[in-house]
Design a protein around this ligand. Structure first.
Ligand code: ADP
Ligand code: 5GP
Length: 185
């Protein structure tokens, strides 16, 4: 390993805690920061775009990429594959560009093993009720998917202590600023 990952930022947190919203605001204000686009086998949501939110693919396509060694880390989350393509990360961090990965806890653990200096940040909702409220208001998931994500959220929150930083996403603006401070400190 020739790069310890000091330009790699991992953002995790329960679905609905606001990770994507935070990152969108972050890169609007600081376009020099790059966000890694993951590969996934989950269905595209209304409003999402190929190559912008994710690279959407079938299970055989994803498994071929794994076999070809093109995926840095991956997991199975609520029945779908998600993985970070090496091409989103390696050249950029070697060039000193800050790259943000929005990935779940298992992926974060794997990244820490590969890149010990990566900054691991856990985004917490202000409360569990607020998390459920945000997930429902987003209106992108079926009731079954919401239940799965809420159950998974309870497990995920117990991993917050293993992260280098914990951010409570209450006021969006303040949270974006705190995130930027951590990335650039
Ligand atoms: P995640 O990427 O963690 O799954 P999203 O970014 O999709 O979460 O946010 C879930 C919902 O919560 C969205 O509808 C978003 O607009 C809303 N949201 C995000 N951050 C805040 C905040 N600080 N205050 C209120 N609503 C928020
Ligand atoms: P969603 O379906 O809501 O977009 O994402 C579900 C979960 O998968 C989120 O916690 C998200 O952070 C995580 N995720 C997205 N891409 C990746 C990835 O490449 N690797 C891992 N390990 N998790 C990912």
């Amino acid at each position: 390993m020739t790069n310890s990952g000091k330009h790699l930022i991992v953002l995790s947190g329960p679905s609905g805690s606001g990770k994507d919203t935070l990152v969108q605001h972050l890169i609007e204000r600081h376009p020099e920061i790059k966000v890694s686009i993951s590969a996934t086998t989950r269905a595209i949501r209304p409003g999402e775009k190929e190559g912008v939110n994710y690279y959407y693919m079938t299970v055989p396509e994803f498994e071929q990429k794994l076999a070809d060694g093109e995926i840095l880390e991956h997991t199975c989350y609520c029945g779908n594959y998600y993985g970070t393509p090496k091409s989103e990360v390696d050249a950029r961090i070697m060039a000193g560009i800050n790259v943000v990965l929005v990935i779940e806890v298992e992926g974060a653990t794997n990244i820490r093993r590969l890149y010990p200096e990566a900054k691991l940040i856990f985004v917490q909702p202000p409360s569990f009720d607020e998390l459920e409220h945000r997930l429902r208001c987003r209106g992108t998931e079926s009731e079954e998917a919401i239940q799965k994500r809420m159950a998974r959220a309870r497990e995920e929150l117990s991993f917050a202590k293993d992260y280098n930083y914990r951010l409570v996403n209450d006021s969006l603006d303040e949270c974006v600023e705190e995130l930027y401070q951590i990335i650039t400190e």
